[in-house]
Design a protein around this ligand. Sequence first.
Ligand code: PEP
Ligand code: MG
Length: 321
Amino acid sequence: QSNLSAPSSFATCQTLDGMEITLYGNVGLSSDLDQVLAHGLAGVGLFRTEFLYLQSEHRPDTESQRRIYAQMSDRLGDRPLVIRTFDLGGDKLPPFLSKDENVDASSLSLRGLRFSLAEKDLLRSQLNAIVQVAQQAGVSILFPMVIGGHDFAQAIEMVDDVVEASNAFRRPQIGAMIETPAALFCLDEILELANFIAIGTNDLTQYLLAADRELSAESDQVTAMHPAVLRAINQIAAAAKRWDRPICVCGEEAGDPEFAELLIGLGIRELSVSASRSESLRKAIAQIDSTKACDLVQRAQDCRSSKEVRDLLRSAKQAET
Ligand code: PEP
Ligand code: MG
């Protein structure tokens, strides 16, 4: 049962053996939605809202945010829209924050949810906008860089406050991104509180392998295919199953057909990718046998490096042809 509950006419694709995989789009700017619609994707699995304001000199107000989210939700119609709250801090600081001397702009400053919890007015204003739009079904809230039950519970409490203060009748579904090593050790306490989770393989890989996330495009060693990352995803998927919570993978690597095969082998059925990669991904998924993908990923988790995993996938493919 998908949390995002996409109508079946949209972008469900099937593996060779008939397993349904749902493809959503990642968006940053409102204009990215054109591509999501053009490719017939099942909805938006990740809206990176901070992208709207990275160049802004002024703090965004609730109404301007509400209009953007409402327009996006209207264009999606029945399709789900997962709005991630601002993932700011570190290198992601808009001018309105970097000019503020009370904000720590160092690279190891607070990130994601903890940055938002330190900037409560900004978060509350955003939650207000989201809660208003989320009175239509299908709009949910996702918190970035959750590290455990404590920060996630604080975030949920703020949503509840906003719902109550605005007399909203509907409390949106709330999800946590699993993308920090800390979250891996706190899965049960996060899942107990979450309506759904989303794995961010960009940051999960970066922080597990201690290598800048930009490197994975060029490297054959520090990628999401590293056995440590695969084992982590395996644990997350198993925990989500235990708690019966929907799970989606939304890092860039989910759009890589070889990596998608591993994800399917790990039991992942929902992927959120950049729309431009969705056509080739859909075609590749149609060639995947999910039982074989399960066997393959068992062997991949026993490898010693990303490169060994990639070689394993390639030799398995060659053996088939
Ligand atoms: C991720 O970290 O994989 C993710 C999807 O979030 P972002 O790329 O916005 O950090
Ligand atoms: Mg991330």
